[in-house]
Design a protein around this ligand. Structure first.
Ligand code: OOG
Ligand code: MG
Length: 255
């Protein structure tokens, strides 16, 4: 077994069993390319268990997110059908190591997308947009990692929920948003925090993930990245994101 395959198995097992592991970079000098190879092989293990690829998530596309985890490079990860939560769904705290939730914008593609495109070109491939929340769950102890660690860990992706879809031919560059926990606002922000305009995150997805995967496929969901810092989830919390003009999406946390 190569080192890449061994790391892929370790991080996949950590995710599958919700157990924390030490950072890989503490014992191995991994490059970013190594890290994406580990990510691919670990998600391939999920696909072999029957999960389907349904999109990609962009990460660290806002200052607030970069500052929270002390990594300041845009990253991406793979989304599978098993990660998707229905609107209003309950998630079980014990399925996660130390889950956090963050407000995002989702794009639904109607045409494939890859390579170097402008924001306007990227938007011609978009069927719809929606408010979304991502539940991230670093598999590393204390939610601490360096850039190659988080990439190898599928960029902390764990679950996501998407609200109702809206037409994409509207200005979503600066939509106000509030994320409430049990009715109390915990994060307030704007979609403008995502690279100045979430369409830039879609452009980055086409350039980074699209090229690595061949292309982003029609029907896929692209998560643009957290617009604010992420909130650590506790049992009993109901979390609702409301986004100007686009409506809301919610989840709850049980034991
Ligand atoms: C890394 C993943 C970042 C986002 O939306 O910025 C991310 C992390 O914060 O653990 O999903
Ligand atoms: Mg995210």
């Amino acid at each position: 077994m190569t080192d890449i395959a061994r790391f892929a198995e370790v991080v996949d097992e950590a995710a599958r069993t919700a157990s924390a592991i030490p950072q890989f970079t503490q014992t191995a000098p991994l490059s970013v390319a190594d890290a994406y190879a580990i990510q691919k092989q670990s998600v391939d293990r999920r696909l072999k268990r029957g999960e389907k690829l349904v999109g990609v998530k962009m990460g660290l596309t806002s200052r607030a997110k970069m500052a929270q985890v002390h990594v300041d490079e845009v990253v991406w990860g793979r989304l599978t059908d098993a990660m998707r939560l229905e609107e209003g769904a309950s998630l079980s705290r014990k399925d996660y190591v130390h889950p956090r939730i963050e407000p995002e914008l989702a794009f639904l593609l109607k045409a494939p997308l890859t390579g170097l495109v402008t924001a306007a070109e990227a938007m011609t491939a978009v069927q719809a947009i929606a408010p979304a929340m991502e539940i991230i769950d670093s598999r590393y102890q204390n939610f601490k990692f360096a850039l190659p660690d988080v990439i190898a860990d599928n960029s902390s992706s764990s679950s996501f929920a998407v609200g109702d879809w809206s037409r994409p031919d509207q200005d979503f560059s600066n939509l106000g948003l509030v994320m409430e926990v049990n009715g109390r606002p915990v994060e307030i922000g704007s979609t403008a925090a995502i690279l100045g305009n979430p369409s830039r995150s879609l452009v980055a997805a086409a350039r980074l993930a699209g090229v690595a995967l061949g292309r982003l496929e029609a029907g896929w969901i692209i998560l643009a990245g957290g617009a604010t810092a992420a909130h650590p989830l506790k049992v009993g919390e109901r979390v609702r994101l409301t986004m100007q003009n686009l409506g809301s999406v919610s989840i709850r946390v049980t034991e």
